[in-house]
Design a binder for this molecule. Structure first.
Ligand SMILES: CC(C)(COP(=O)(O)OP(=O)(O)OC[C@H]1O[C@@H](n2cnc3c(N)ncnc32)[C@H](O)[C@@H]1OP(=O)(O)O)[C@@H](O)C(=O)NCCC(=O)NCCS
Length: 184
């Protein structure tokens, strides 16, 4: 399982990816899974109005506003086991940096896939895209993700206390960054 191939998602694969993503998001704050998206449990699905921008971003040339690239790991049956995406910052004059999002399907966690996905995206960002930094934000309660990011060389740069009030609970938001020329 740890060596599942990782490939870039083509825009034509988006609808298949959306099925996977909505199933993944249904875990948000349920059972043993910490909240990992700032969304209420009953609204934990990919918002329809963002789908078009997401797909457009996959076709947008690197360095242009709104660009996005997505990679998925698939099992032998073609089922998506995990994903990672990098995208442009919305701010101007930050084109040497990007933002990261990721997830691993509940059936494939704790086998090192998360770490492989981060390494894959990091190498692409540095070697193919020539970027200098990857940034991310994570709910501070999401200790599995924070631990993975720290292990992968991301450094905590700050925390906004009480950033979200979701399902009656208060959540802090942690920012982390990795400088790519420090990558091993
Ligand atoms: C956070 C997340 C991506 C981690 O993915 P993952 O594939 O489980 O990550 P890894 O397997 O690389 O590492 C997870 C743990 O498994 C351990 N592990 C890795 N390979 C292992 C193996 N073969 N046997 C036992 N444990 C193993 C790692 O050491 C790590 O332990 P730690 O949490 O104590 O540090 C996953 O839990 C997830 O998708 N969560 C929900 C979505 C989410 O949080 N996304 C990020 C939002 S910002």
């Amino acid at each position: 399982m740890s060596q599942l191939p990782i490939e870039q998602l083509e825009p034509s694969g988006f609808s298949d990816f959306l099925l996977y993503l909505n199933d993944h998001l249904s875990d948000n704050g349920r059972g043993d899974t910490a909240y990992f998206q700032p969304l209420p449990r009953d609204e934990s699905r990919f918002p329809n109005d963002k789908a078009e921008a997401f797909q457009t971003g996959m076709r947008t040339p690197l360095g242009m506003p709104g660009w996005r690239r997505v990679w998925v790991a698939r099992d032998a049956h073609g089922r998506i086991a995990g994903h990672i995406d990098l995208r442009a910052h919305p701010e101007r004059h930050a084109a040497h940096r990007c933002l990261l999002g990721m997830g691993v399907d509940r059936d494939f966690r704790k086998h090192g896939l998360g770490q492989r996905l981060i390494a894959h995206a990091g190498h692409w960002a540095r070697d193919a895209a020539g970027l200098a930094w990857i940034d991310l934000q994570v709910l501070s309660v999401n200790t599995p993700a924070i631990s993975l990011y720290q292990r992968s060389g991301y450094v905590r740069t700050g925390e906004i206390p009480d950033m979200f009030l979701i399902d009656g609970q208060h959540f802090a938001y942690t920012s982390m960054s990795k400088r790519l020329d420090n990558q091993q």
